[in-house]
Design a protein around this ligand. Structure first.
Ligand SMILES: Nc1ncnc2c1ncn2[C@@H]1O[C@H](COP(=O)(O)OP(=O)(O)OP(=O)(O)O)[C@@H](O)[C@H]1O
Length: 583
């Protein structure tokens, strides 16, 4: 995804955590204090068994018991503060991660999206962010106190009875080794499982987005089979991880139990030999719980962290991707006259397939220039370059005599009104969709734009008018209605240059006339570059450029090009024949 080496996810996460030193510090301080207070009870137990009971110190019972109660109470207060501090920190960090990921995705260039599936992007956002959050929750909230408890307990045990402590801790090296082997084994497989989840979500996304096509081609069974195949691949990856956990968890638990048996055996022996008191043995039995219980927690954390790191890797891969668009870099474009010049522009999407070759086109201010050519000739690509969604491989594009690379992308795009073939509407109200063209437009201006786009009648008829929801991708509107809403949006944007990619999809004659009427209005007083699929719409264009396989093969007016009797005449014949059949 990125050419530069990606820092390890754990390091990247640490960098994120450093943003909240106070919250992390407070959580840790409370965890340490709470853990330390946990040692009061074993101490009191020994006191009771070895001093208070044998020496019949009845008067001490109340005081020592109250001491224990106070220690427990205070520990719970510390835990409560720890939970509050950690939760606030985790939620903020997750918010930051999600927000930065979204920001990054919004600013990545289109060529990144060419290689990425929507399902994968959604998986990173919806699944990988929460899985990464679990690393933080588990390692900060659970892991650090657990390690601390293990270290402190082991130290106290060594201080009290080094020989017994050594015996009790014999299984620990095996537990550490087991954890290391588990982490090594799980890490790559957790990554594969995340990839499998992403593949599954990509299929799901495609199947939902393409549901109309699936139904019309009755492909339900085939898509179900594809989905089940991907789902079973995902299940297989998950099963591997769960099997490993099923061996690792109990295996490590067994090592912990071994420590307990060793303590019982050796402790009893030393009690009989009178090297150890019963109270000390009881105290050790409590300590061993305090030693192996956090180890059990660490096994669980190891599992969550390994799978979470696979998710974190996928998030940081995106965050580290180079080439995000700098929208404000460059001069601000103002007072656009609207002269556009493509000069010897060559471009390719893929290494081995040229898309545009040495293309030169001149569009005078406020003129309409049409681009015609067979499908795949490279017409839309010209727009992709003019908007700087992509940059040419060689040659340059000039706006009012200056290379467009001099201007900030945001001001360049502000000066371009782009009406695409597929009018994409967001799943919002008509008003919100229109306001993308001009966020400050009043209702009056919205209605005026709708009327200019010949769309006010049908919007008035809709329940809710401007507040009517258009559905996903504008699914509640007809193709012609969507087109007119997007033309109204272009009216509201009021950009000096209009890029018009004529719709190829058939709409009824009445709609087509209304759309054409709206477009004619929109072209007025603007530089207009139009990709024409029906040549009847561009007969009056000031210039027509004819493209074939990425090259301009002719240009001139409609009459001049017809007179040449070349490729254009061929295209015109076909187009007019089609329109005659349709019309
Ligand atoms: N994002 C992309 N990645 C890779 N190849 C692409 C991409 N977009 C377009 N192409 C390829 O570039 C070539 C030119 O595409 P372009 O969309 O510019 O053609 P067009 O003349 O506008 O076609 P149409 O009239 O069908 O819209 C085609 O072969 C197409 O497959």
């Amino acid at each position: 995804m990125s050419d530069s080496p990606v820092p390890t996810p754990s390091r990247a996460l640490l960098r994120f955590m450093k943003r909240y030193p106070w919250r992390v510090g407070a959580g840790l301080a409370m965890a340490i204090a709470g853990t330390l207070l946990g040692y009061v009870f074993p101490g009191l137990t020994q006191w009771f068994l070895d001093d208070i009971i044998p020496n019949r110190k009845v008067s001490a019972i109340m005081g020592v018991s109250l001491l224990g109660l106070a220690a427990f109470g205070l520990r719970q207060v510390f835990y409560s503060i720890r939970t509050l501090a950690n939760n606030a920190f985790e939620l903020r960090m997750t918010y930051d991660l999600r927000s930065e990921l979204h920001h990054k995705i919004q600013h990545l260039p289109l060529k990144w999206f060419d290689r990425q599936s929507t399902g994968d992007i959604l998986t990173r956002m919806a699944d990988d962010v929460p899985a990464t959050q679990r690393i933080i929750i588990d390692s900060v909230d659970q892991g650090v106190p657990a390690v601390l408890q293990i270290v402190l307990t082991a130290s106290v045990m060594f201080w009290l009875h080094p020989k017994l402590a050594l015996i009790t801790l014999l299984p620990v090296p095996f537990i550490i080794m087991g954890g290391w082997i588990y982490a090594k084994w799980v890490s790559p497989r957790a990554t594969q499982a995340r990839e499998a989840a992403s593949g599954l979500n990509s299929i799901l996304h495609d199947n939902v987005a393409g549901i109309r096509q699936i139904k019309s081609y009755t492909l339900e069974d085939e898509t179900q089979q594809d989905f089940d195949k991907s789902s079973s691949h995902f299940r297989a990856q998950q099963t591997k991880l769960q099997k490993a956990w099923a061996v690792y968890g109990p295996g490590m638990g067994f090592f912990g139990d071994t420590g307990l048996i060793l303590l019982m055996g050796f402790g009893s022996y030393w009690c009989i030999q009178e090297e150890l008191s019963i109270g000390q043995l009881a105290q050790f039995l409590l300590f061993i719980g305090m030693l192996y219980e956090p180890m059990g927690r660490l096994h669980g954390i190891n599992q969550t962290v390994q799978t979470g790191l696979a998710s974190a890797k996928r998030i940081f891969e995106v965050l580290q991707t180079e080439g995000a668009e700098e929208l404000e870099q460059g001069e601000t474009l103002t007072n656009v006259r609207g002269e556009i010049r493509f000069e010897k522009v060559s471009f390719r999407y893929d290494e081995n397939r040229p898309t545009l070759n040495n293309v030169s086109i001149l569009i005078e201010p406020q003129q309409t220039v049409a681009i015609v050519g067979a499908t795949g000739a490279g017409k839309s690509t010209l727009f992709q370059l003019l908007t700087r969604f992509y940059d040419p491989e060689s040659g340059d594009i000039f706006l009012d005599g200056e290379s467009i690379t001099r201007f900030s992308k945001s001001s360049l795009r502000d000066s371009l009104g782009y009406v695409t073939q597929e009018s994409y509407l967001f799943n919002q109200t008509i008003r919100e969709n229109l306001k993308l063209g001009n966020p400050n437009a009043t209702d009056e201006e919205l209605w005026h734009a709708l009327s200019q786009a010949c769309a006010s009648d049908f919007v008035q008829r809709m329940e809710g008018g401007l507040d009517a929801m258009v559905g996903e991708r504008g699914g509640r509107l007809s193709g012609g209605e969507k087109q007119r809403i997007s033309i109204a949006r272009a009216f509201l944007k009021n950009a000096p240059i209009l890029l018009l990619d004529e719709a190829t999809s058939a709409v009824d004659n009445k709609s087509e006339k209304l759309i054409q009427q709206a477009i004619d209005q929109l072209r007025h007083n603007r530089t207009c570059l139009v990709i024409a699929h029906r040549l009847s719409t561009i007969i009056n264009a000031h210039q027509i450029y004819v493209m074939k396989q990425g090259e301009v093969v002719a240009h001139g007016t409609h009459t001049q090009l017809l007179a040449e009797n070349g490729y254009y005449a061929e295209l015109a014949k076909l187009s007019f024949q089609e329109e005659k059949v349709k019309g």
